[in-house]
Design a protein around this ligand. Structure first.
Ligand code: PLP
Length: 407
């Protein structure tokens, strides 16, 4: 009799967004006259920039002619894109990263979910709490996380590093020594960041202990403050302890187009083995290359025209972030994030759980956000709003929340 991977059965269902969807649908059905504004999901809303569309059209035309048609792309990505990434995202910022240390993929979710495969099943995992749920869930599927404690909503073999207002959302070095440390900077969901000095502490710790840092920089494009690093390789020593994930989803609106990349420096070895070689082997075996049309579109992200258009897009989202941040603050809320990230993290009023606040906000302001408890136990009592909506909807949502508070 065939047996299934029983680790999958241990996963508590991913109820967060489906529960939100059901609650919102039920509310709308019961109140058809109300206009509900959604500031819950982390998806972009602005269309692809003109420079990207032009590059895609060109690539489509190339695919239609025998002389320029392309079949399977190289597993690790086209040289033209890997070189552009190395030059603009890394070397231009003083990071020593070469094109052949970059692995192009179909997005950061696949990469940060799959990376755990190249490490031993015995590896001990540390995560910030709250954080993007993929890090823990992918390790659950691999059978690395022990048992789930339903009351506390934690896994017995995961090291949780609480990030709350009490520690300014900066994780402390864990007492037990992890093998893999996931850091998301800027962080989803809190929108908070680690500065260069704060990240250096982690790089030094990983080099000292032999841990590997899995660094998710999906929101890099939103960094506004000079002391927040755009890449972990800006930190001395990172080449021997860190893997970095990047995405084109949030800087260029590729959430539906799909493209990302992972950087593994050749200096990064554990057990006497280069992790670069393992990931190259994994990529070559399980991934058949990102589409030519999409990689050509990404080249437009690095063109002068594309950069100007995308800077504008990010600025629009960050205008929304400012409106939410300032509006909520004025309404008396404790608010975090929103400065280097498109997420605003707020404390629910005293005595309200994340879900209480969700229900209250939906019913009274007709605004949808995401309960913080869905991102980890330390997210309880917090709530996430995103800046990815339209300006009009964002401003109206904030106005409604403010009015509610005054009544
Ligand atoms: N990493 C973080 C922290 C995210 O929030 C997201 C998406 O929301 C991703 C990765 C996924 O990015 P991609 O669309 O490239 O798969």
């Amino acid at each position: 009799m065939t047996k299934v991977n029983e680790n999958y059965l241990k996963l508590p269902g991913s109820y967060l967004f489906s529960t939100i969807g059901k609650k919102v649908a039920a509310y709308e059905a019961a109140n058809p006259d109300r206009r509900v504004i959604r500031l819950g999901i982390g998806d972009v809303t602005q269309p692809l920039a003109p420079a990207i569309i032009a590059a895609m059209h060109e690539a489509v035309d190339e695919m239609g002619k025998a002389e320029t048609f392309r079949g399977y792309a190289p597993d690790l990505g086209y040289g033209f894109l890997r070189e552009e990434i190395a030059r603009q995202d890394y070397q231009a910022r003083g990071c020593r990263i070469e094109a052949d240390e970059i692995f192009v993929s179909d997005g950061a979710k696949s990469d940060c979910g799959n990376i755990q495969e190249i490490f031993s099943r015995d590896s001990r995992v540390a995560v910030c709490d709250p954080v993007y749920p993929v890090y823990v869930d992918s390790n659950v599927m691999a059978g690395r996380t022990g048992e789930y404690h339903r009351e506390k909503e934690v896994w017995s073999n995961v090291i949780y590093m609480p990030c709350t207002a009490a520690n300014q959302f900066v994780p402390e070095l864990p007492k037990e020594c992890p093998d893999l440390i996931y850091l998301c900077n800027p962080n989803n969901p809190t929108g908070t960041t680690l500065t260069r000095d704060q990240l250096k502490v982690w790089v030094d710790y990983a080099n000292r202990t032999g841990a590997v840092i899995l660094y998710d920089a999906a929101y890099e494009a939103y960094i506004a403050q000079a002391d927040v690093p755009h890449s972990i390789y800006e930190i001395e020593g990172a080449r021997t302890c860190a893997i970095e994930f990047r995405s084109f989803s949030k800087n260029a609106g590729f959430t539906g187009v799909r493209l990302g990349f992972t950087v593994i420096p050749k200096d990064l070895e554990r057990d006497g083995v280069r992790l670069h070689g393992l990931w190259a082997r994994r990529h070559g075996t399980k991934f058949n290359g990102a589409p030519y049309i999409v990689q050509k579109a990404a080249m437009a992200v690095y063109s002068e025209e594309g950069k100007a258009q995308l800077k504008n897009q990010v600025a629009c989202y960050m205008d929304n972030a400012r409106v939410i941040y300032e509006g909520l603050k004025k309404a008396g809320y404790e608010v975090y994030g929103g400065v280097n990230a498109p997420y605003i993290w707020l404390k629910a009023p005293e005595g309200m759980s994340s879900w209480d606040f969700f229900d209250w906000l939906l019913e009274n302001a007709n605004v949808v956000g995401t309960p913080g408890s869905g991102f980890g136990p330390s997210g309880e009592g917090y709530f996430r709003l995103t800046a990815f909506g339209t300006y009009e909807n964002t401003a109206e949502a904030v106005e409604r929340i403010g009015r509610l508070r005054r009544e």
